[in-house]
Design a protein around this ligand. Structure first.
Ligand code: PLP
Length: 451
């Protein structure tokens, strides 16, 4: 039997020192490999599979579209799936975000949204507005402009000379903030730090601010104070800075509302979506934009300067449309909101375990932060590779989690993120917690024996 590891296969694997289980089937929250093992997919792959694995209706819709017309050039033609999906996303989006531009990945959509912000200011006759402000910690993707916006040092280090400088604003991250999330006057947690950064750079030079409404892998499901995003919105409007909300991870219902900004009653100028909108059945992302921005370009140059062969792709849009239909027919965003209290109540006791510093999140998104010292919150040294060892131990226990590192200070810090399909049942949540505990016990034992 072929071993699925480098160099035994022709695949240039994403990890070159790992043997990969060969997944042959997915159903609901579970994945099955060729050796007959099952895995509870507690992070929907990478925060993607919101409706669960193996929904035949989505594949059927894609096949029908591919048989009818698989591809047309988006500069020459339009087609039914893109028209219908754009209308469906516009009807769900907050405020005046009525227009949808489709791409494949979150990185591409972030990249394009930042370019759109720049083009908008140039065509409005304000070409000095070119800087992008971004949070730290943050993650917006791995293409070079998206990586420039990301405060993710281990991804950036090799490419630093190619990245665009983006002034940093401290992210609202209560667990690691000196105010512990209690400080109404804390610059990071209140949003005042953004105002200071805009003043420092000069509003005339700032095109946009980008942030994740609820922390994704960067701050591990940290939920900002209810006053935070209204304050950011007010600051951006007052300084003529476009507010770009990166909902690639938190959007599409993941936090119990279609947009994670809904409970904040805030409309961004541009909303970026990805991952969950096609639930992993096809690569699909979108920028949602208002007419007040697109009109400027329509009346100016006449088109957004961002050409990609596969934008507005018929089969990917058909997948997105079928996923939205499935979410609606099964009321899955409502289910996500309804099951969330039980999910978080089941996770809460993990807080008492050794080396669990914090448990947090909203909807079916949770972050469990691991620390060396629970009293001080001191992280493990990076060399311990705690998060990675935990994810390996979890896989061994039949549980797929998302490990994340570096959030404490750019280098150190260990997290496990959970984002199960919205169809997860109470008994699956119990299984998840049991396997999580087992994995943590064996990780602590292994890390301690190495130190
Ligand atoms: N933005 C956020 C908030 C993300 O979490 C991610 C990916 O994890 C991206 C952007 C990049 O998306 P992709 O990996 O699809 O390029």
């Amino acid at each position: 039997m072929t071993e699925h590891s480098y160099p035994h296969s022709h695949v240039f694997y994403r990890k070159l020192r790992r043997t990969f289980p060969l997944i042959v089937r997915g159903e609901g929250c579970y994945l099955y490999d060729s050796a007959g093992r099952s895995y509870l997919d507690a992070c929907g792959g990478a925060f993607v599979v919101n409706i669960g694995h193996g929904v035949a209706a989505i594949g059927d819709a894609m096949a029908r579209q591919a048989a009818r017309v698989a591809y047309v050039n988006g500069t020459a033609f339009t087609h039914e799936p893109v028209e219908a999906l754009a209308a469906a996303l516009a009807s769900r989006a907050p405020g005046d975000l009525e227009l949808a531009y489709f791409l494949g990945s979150g990185s591409e959509a972030v990249e394009a949204a930042l370019k759109l912000a720049r083009q908008y200011w140039v065509e409005r006759g304000r070409p000095t507005k070119h800087k992008i402000l971004a949070l730290v910690p943050s993650y917006h993707g791995n293409t070079l402009l998206a990586l420039s916006a990301s405060a993710r040092e281990h991804y950036r280090v090799l490419y630093r000379d190619w990245l665009v400088p983006m002034p940093r604003v401290p992210a609202p991250y209560p667990y690691r903030c000196s105010c512990r999330g209690q400080g109404r006057l804390c610059a990071a947690c209140s949003g005042d730090a953004l105002e200071a950064a805009i003043r420092q750079e000069g509003a005339d030079s700032v095109a946009a601010f980008i942030g994740e409404p609820i922390g994704g892998s960067s701050t591990g499901a940290s939920v900002p104070d209810p006053a935070y995003w209204p304050r950011v919105r007010e600051i951006c409007s007052r300084h003529d800075v476009l507010f770009v909300a990166d909902e690639v991870l938190s959007g599409a219902g993941r936090t119990g509302t279609w947009s994670a900004l809904e409970p904040y009653h805030v409309t961004p100028d541009l909303l970026v979506m990805g991952k969950g909108i096609a639930s992993g059945y096809a690569p699909l992302s979108a920028i949602l934009a208002p007419r007040r921005i697109v009109d400027v370009i329509a009346e100016g140059s006449g088109g957004f300067l961002h050409a990609q062969t596969f934008s507005h792709h018929p089969v990917c849009c058909a997948a997105g449309l079928a996923v939205l239909d499935y979410l609606d027919r099964h009321d899955l965003v409502g289910r996500c909101a309804r099951i969330a209290p039980m999910f978080h109540a089941a996770l809460e006791p993990l807080r008492a375990l050794p080396h669990v510093g914090d448990v947090r999140g909203r909807g079916l998104l949770a972050g469990i932060e691991f620390v060396d010292d629970k009293d001080t919150g001191a992280p493990f040294p990076r060399a311990a590779h705690f998060a990675e060892s935990f994810a390996d131990a979890a896989l061994e226990a039949g549980l797929v989690v998302w490990p994340n590192v570096g959030q404490a200070d750019g280098t150190n810090g260990d997290l496990a993120l959970l984002a199960p399909p919205f169809t997860i049942k109470a008994h699956d949540i119990a299984t998840l917690v049991t396997r999580f505990r087992l994995a943590l016990e064996s990780t602590v034992a292994a890390v301690m024996s190495r130190s």
